[in-house]
Design a protein around this ligand. Structure first.
Ligand code: SF4
Length: 215
């Protein structure tokens, strides 16, 4: 089949400016606008313009079965007529298969570089606003250039709207990527900072790098 690509044209940052709201692990408008909405209008077009009944196949495995429930629920009720969802990796196999190795070694398709850098998801080039402390620590260590871009984006937004907001939170308050880098990440070799980092992780409410409906 020909692959259809749909694109909104904006970056996540542009969506944040449009909504005057910086995305974070609790609310990521970028995901809704750039991925979910594009999916919905494409599905509607299939029905209305081509008289086709779409079925959505998701390639998520048994270790993410909770996401399957959410997706099933979402497409059963929102926001158009119910759409059938199928999860062959979960329905066919009880255990996770090493799909990445099959894709790369048997099918000869190169995986996105983020997997080789040790990330479990390859979304938005590591700059996912749903990422938590652990994700941004890894980004800082293996792809500092991307961390810096995200830090700059956050600082620009704060400046532009004169709002004390951030992607991460600490004790329920804004905690910027700049603060995180300066206070913790650049000092992780120090024993005290290791302890502080572990404490941050314990308090974190999200350990999921991204839960984009279509990522
Ligand atoms: S991967 Fe993260 S930053 Fe990118 S669209 Fe999804 S929620 Fe937003």
């Amino acid at each position: 089949m020909e692959i259809t690509e749909r694109i909104d044209g904006r970056t996540p940052e542009e969506v944040f400016y449009d909504y005057r709201f910086l995305g974070n692990s609790r609310l990521a408008k970028c995901s809704e606008e750039l991925k979910v909405y594009q999916t919905i209008i494409f599905l509607e077009e299939l029905r209305d313009l081509h008289n086709l009944e779409p079925i959505l196949y998701f390639g998520i495995g048994p270790h993410e079965a909770h996401r399957a429930d959410n997706l099933k629920e979402f497409y059963a009720h929102n926001p158009i007529e119910p759409i059938e969802t199928r999860f062959p990796m979960i329905e066919t196999f009880k255990y996770d298969r090493d799909i990445k190795s099959i894709i790369e070694n048997e099918w000869g398709i190169k995986l996105p570089r983020m997997y080789h850098l040790g990330f479990s998801h390859a979304n938005c080039a590591g700059r996912c606003v749903r990422g938590g402390y652990q994700h941004y620590k890894q980004l800082f260590q293996v792809w500092p250039h991307q961390y810096q871009k995200q830090e700059d984006m956050e600082e620009r937004f704060r400046q532009h709207f004169q709002k004390n907001v951030s992607i991460l939170k600490k004790d329920g308050r804004p905690y910027t990527l700049k603060e995180y880098r300066e206070q913790i990440l650049e000092k992780l070799d120090e024993g005290q900072m290791q302890k502080e980092y572990r404490e941050l992780l314990e308090k974190e409410d999200s350990h999921i790098p991204c839960v984009c409906t279509f990522a």
